[in-house]
Write a protein that binds this ligand. Structure first.
Ligand SMILES: [Zn+2]
Length: 210
């Protein structure tokens, strides 16, 4: 009886010094200091998506055939690809390796999920500093209203994985069949010389002329 009591007191007194341990949570501090955290939480926030109401209000939880977690995307993308494709970043103008790239044939694919998005013949020289396409492979690119930065623009994303491509502009007067300009980040794309694979994605159909 007495020995049990003693043990009780020693166990009671023991935790005291431990409770005074210095608090260091580098993880939490690191996260707090990261400027991208609103975007990350928006990406991660399936349950707390209502918390960010202003700038990211329109981050509706659109679902795509190829869904991956941010961590899964980080594992397969370069930091720059992740910044642009998953955090809707923009590469500096005239910096992309596909900006002045005009092959006679081939396919531009999503750098994230490899879905074919544009054909070589869709590309034209707009002089804007980013790869420009007047059309896309049918159904390959989805559009969303983008009200960020005090503007109303139309964001374009890969319809398969939701990866951010850029924006589309209409009525600028370019002598193309559509008078639309898909202004796409080079980083979001990967060029493939193969042409035939463009039809392998589900609902793509024969008529590809705009
Ligand atoms: Zn994709």
């Amino acid at each position: 009886m007495r020995s049990r009591l003693v043990r009780f007191f020693t166990t009671l007194s023991r935790p005291a010094p431990f409770s005074f341990r210095p608090v260091h949570r580098p993880r939490a501090l690191l996260l707090k200091s990261m400027p991208t955290i609103p975007f990350l939480s928006a990406l991660l926030g399936t349950s707390t998506s209502s918390s960010s109401s202003s700038a990211n209000a329109r981050n509706k939880m659109t679902t795509y055939p190829e869904e991956r977690t941010p961590e899964e995307w980080r594992a397969v993308l370069t930091p720059e690809q992740f910044r642009i494709l998953r955090l809707k970043g923009t590469e500096p103008p005239h910096s992309g390796e596909l900006n002045r790239h005009y092959p006679s044939s081939g396919t531009y694919r999503c750098a994230g999920c490899d879905a074919p998005l544009y054909r070589a013949e869709h590309k034209f020289s707009s002089g804007c500093g980013w790869p420009a396409y007047f059309d896309c492979i049918p159904g390959a690119v989805a559009r969303h209203e983008d009200r960020s930065h005090g503007m109303v623009r139309t964001e374009i994303v890969c319809a398969n994985c939701g990866g951010h491509l850029g924006h589309v502009f209409k009525g600028e007067g370019f002598p193309t069949p559509t008078d639309e300009r898909h202004c796409v980040n080079s980083v979001s794309l990967r060029f493939s010389e193969e042409e035939g694979e463009t039809e392998k994605k589900g609902e793509a159909e024969g008529g590809n002329k705009a």
